[in-house]
Design a protein around this ligand. Structure first.
Ligand code: MOS
Length: 754
């Protein structure tokens, strides 16, 4: 039997229901008992500590560093500066696609943002390294920092994000606006937000000749190995990354950064293991962030409330030395039908670290603006916001007319609205109060996220005792990959998940692809599925060719793996256990391997997105303007659900991010100095338990035959996308005040804000 035959017979038998088992996390006990090892938990013998000294100015150059004082400090071993930094094999000013941004590794004395590494102090203890860094007492020649719209340099760009087009036009936008009976036009501002994963970036680097072992949190192991290999002039197979757990990735741990490269360089220079762990404050600069955006939306509508034009312009901040721009306006491409759609981006150079992918890059900022603009357009048309969205529902991909691989958004709208109780909502704002006199508002937003697929590889080994080992390098950054991926493999292998040992988190394993873009389960999952099917096909070949097997001669009919046995497809009573097949044929194991990539044909002909609808309730103190999100209901359709418990948790996480975006997170830059004034957990607000509303996530049933053979979309980031707008719209509904700048603050409601 060919692997193709078994794949088809397997799948049709296995995928009876949309949702798999709600297993708890495999790594849960390890984590809550503190036994999960994170990068910084590693302490090889003879290890040194590295601490970066970072710039306190945003633009200019370093004119002096007191290296003598730092080196004289007890315990300090070495101080790396641009004057003595050993050479790298790859020019750090040259980018390395796809995720290799320009990195700051002491290539010159220039300062391009606050928090830029300007030296690295290596010492016997963390304290000595920290004190040594403080003794450097940098002197600067300071230029005026570009910190905002008022003094940044605007530039045109062809691409945004990671290679996405900066401009897309369908139809005639001027004609669409001219044909409208009403045009809603407004400006929206989203702030810079910074990666505040619980685990800061860290690395423990240990060289052995020209081989290096890196304990570090990493979302993209194979790409990173290749990039480090290029920087250090060694073959990629000489770089071993161990990343069993990440304390949150957020997108930032898929990308190389200067401090980690410097620590690896120091370890080679000093021939001793070196550990570097960034402080919370040092996370604000060299490891990416979500860039500041200024967005303009123009929505033309006709008498029936149908869009005649949708124009989304985003001005997005980036650094002075790289190009990453938040692909914000592209959020207006996939959702609403309109005869004319124009999305475009412009760049703004500021003296800041380079932004990068962060938790729904593009969609988060862009849909925040779009969903508020859609609410405003609904109000202008005198329509309920949900009715307005249904009137503009895209049956096929706007502009291209391609069919969606699946789109169950209508059901998300109706299931979410029903669960929330949307039907009783008054159209006018400021109509509802609770028993304490607080203003109550209800708002909604549409959630959407694309479905990337990363090439991935896996190996599945069926063992003589009837259990299996499955392996792929990818990382678990808290999303539950260990559990969901093992479930996928178990299903392909016809085993109980308990019988499947799962290994990941080491770059020497088959390439698990990227844990990002909400695509890890689909990508690594498909590789594991295929590896499992390969192992089963090999096992089946052993049985069906053997006259001693009850399955002898079943090769053309096909077999189904279930509960550790292969069953003849047309006669379930004829079966043989894996243990017996292996024992009889004298094999100790059968190894299946596979690569998995997207079917390019299916991808070219279909638009692939996860969808959802989020409904929010807020309560606002009418005197003090204090806002509380009290209730969030999201209904999401993201293809097949592997583990409903974990998927619900992902949606909750996304919705909390959305609440955070709407009401809490903002990095505030001092215009005089370019310093971020709240680079700490005291002043950079993220929601704590008391800020999190009651959450409800509905897993809307969806079958997708095209997105990938398993029908899996992504669930990690979509939750943020509809939620921001839903909360902002609820604030308007509660108060009648339309806030177009995030996060929404008390002062916006009480005194207004320019
Ligand atoms: Mo996500 S920003 O792709 O980790």
């Amino acid at each position: 039997m060919s692997p193709e035959t078994i794949s088809q017979t397997n799948r049709s038998h296995r995928h009876g229901s949309n949702a798999g088992q709600p297993l708890t996390r495999r790594d849960g006990v390890l984590k809550v008992t503190g036994r999960a090892t994170y990068a910084a938990d590693n302490h090889p013998d003879d290890m040194l500590y590295a601490v970066p000294a970072v710039s306190r100015i945003a633009r200019g150059r370093v004119t002096a560093l007191d290296v003598t004082a730092a080196k004289a400090h007890a315990g300090v071993v070495e101080v790396l500066t641009p004057a003595n930094r050993p050479p790298l094999a790859h020019d750090p000013d040259e980018k390395m696609p796809p995720f290799g941004f320009r990195v700051e590794v002491l290539q010159d004395d220039g300062v391009r943002y606050v928090g830029q590494p300007i030296a690295l102090v290596i010492a016997e203890t963390l304290e000595a390294a920290t004190e040594g860094a403080a003794l450097l007492d940098p002197q600067y020649e300071t230029a005026t920092a570009r910190t905002d719209l008022s003094n940044g340099d605007r530039f045109d760009t062809a691409t945004v994000g990671i290679g996405a087009p900066a401009r897309t036009a369908y139809g005639d936008i001027a004609a669409g606006l001219a044909a409208a009976t009403h045009v809603t036009e407004a400006d929206y501002v989203t702030p810079a937000q910074y990666h505040n994963a619980m685990e800061p970036h860290a690395v423990v680097a240990e060289w052995d000749g020209d081989r290096v072992t890196l304990d570090m949190p990493n979302q993209a192991m194979a790409l990173s190995c290749a990039a480090y290999a290029a920087y250090f002039g060694v073959p990629a197979e000489n770089v071993l990354i161990r990343s069993p757990f990440l304390g949150g990735g957020f997108g930032s741990k898929a990308i190389l950064n200067g401090p980690q490269i410097l620590a690896i360089l120091a370890a080679r220079m000093l021939q001793r293991p070196v550990k570097l762990v960034l402080t919370r404050a040092q996370m604000y600069g060299p490891v990416g962030h979500r860039g500041h955006t200024w967005q303009k939306l123009r929505i033309g509508t006709d008498r029936e409330g149908r869009l005649t034009a949708l124009h989304h312009h985003a001005l997005c901040a980036t650094s002075s030395f790289d190009e990453f721009l938040e692909p914000a306006a592209n959020a207006s491409l996939p959702l609403y039908e309109s005869p004319a759609i124009l999305v475009e981006h412009e760049g703004l150079r500021l003296d800041t670290g380079t932004p990068g992918p962060m938790r729904a890059p593009g969609e988060a900022s862009g849909s925040a603006a779009l969903e508020v603009a859609m609410d405003e357009a609904a109000v202008a048309c005198g329509m309920d916001p949900l009715e307005f969205r249904l009137a503009n529902y895209a049956e096929t991909e706007p502009g291209t007319g391609r069919p969606f691989s699946s789109k169950t958004l209508r059901e998300c709208y109706s299931e979410g609205a029903k669960r929330f109780g949307w039907a009783g909502r008054p159209l006018e704002p400021r109509q509802m109060r609770d028993e304490n006199g607080f203003l109550v508002g209800w708002g909604m937003g549409t959630a959407v996220f694309h479905c990337p697929h990363f090439p991935a590889e896996a190996r599945a080994t069926l063992r003589a005792d009837g259990t299996a080992l499955v392996e792929t390098s990818g990382a678990d950054m808290g999303q539950g990959a260990w559990t969901a991926l093992a479930q996928i493999a178990a299903e392909a292998l016809g085993l109980d998940p308990d019988q499947v040992e799962f290994h990941s988190g080491v770059s020497s394993l088959p390439d698990g692809g990227i844990a990002g873009g909400s695509g890890h389960t689909a990508s690594a999952g498909l590789a594991l599925n295929n590896a499992g099917e390969d192992a089963i096909a090999k096992l089946a070949a052993l049985a069906t060719a053997d006259p001693a097997s009850p399955l002898f001669g079943s090769g053309n009919i096909g077999v189904v793996p279930r509960s550790g046995r292969l069953h003849r497809l047309d006669d379930e009573g004829r079966s043989e256990s894996y243990v017996d097949i292996l024992a009889r044929t004298g094999q100790t194991e059968v190894i299946g391997t596979a690569k998995a990539a997207r079917d390019q044909e299916a991808a070219a002909h279909h638009a692939m997105f996860s969808h959802g609808a989020v409904f929010a309730e807020v309560k606002v103190d009418p005197d003090l303007g204090q806002i509380r999100a009290t209730r969030l209901v999201g209904a999401f359709a993201a293809g097949r659900v592997i583990n409903p418990r974990l998927v619900r948790s992902q949606y909750f996480g996304g919705m909390i991010w959305g609440a955070s975006f709407a009401l809490h997170e903002e990095a505030i830059t001092d215009r005089r100095t370019g310093r971020i004034m709240n680079a700490d957990f005291a002043e950079y607000h993220v929601p704590v338990n008391a800020d999190v509303p009651s959450l409800d996530a509905i897993l809307t049933e969806e079958h997708d035959p095209y997105v990938n053979p398993l029908g899996i979309k992504g669930v990690g980031e979509i939750g943020i996308t509809g939620t921001v707008g839903a909360i902002a719209n609820a604030v308007w509904h509660a108060t009648g005040v339309r806030v177009r700048r995030f996060p929404i603050r008390i002062e916006d409601l009480v005194i207004g804000r320019s």
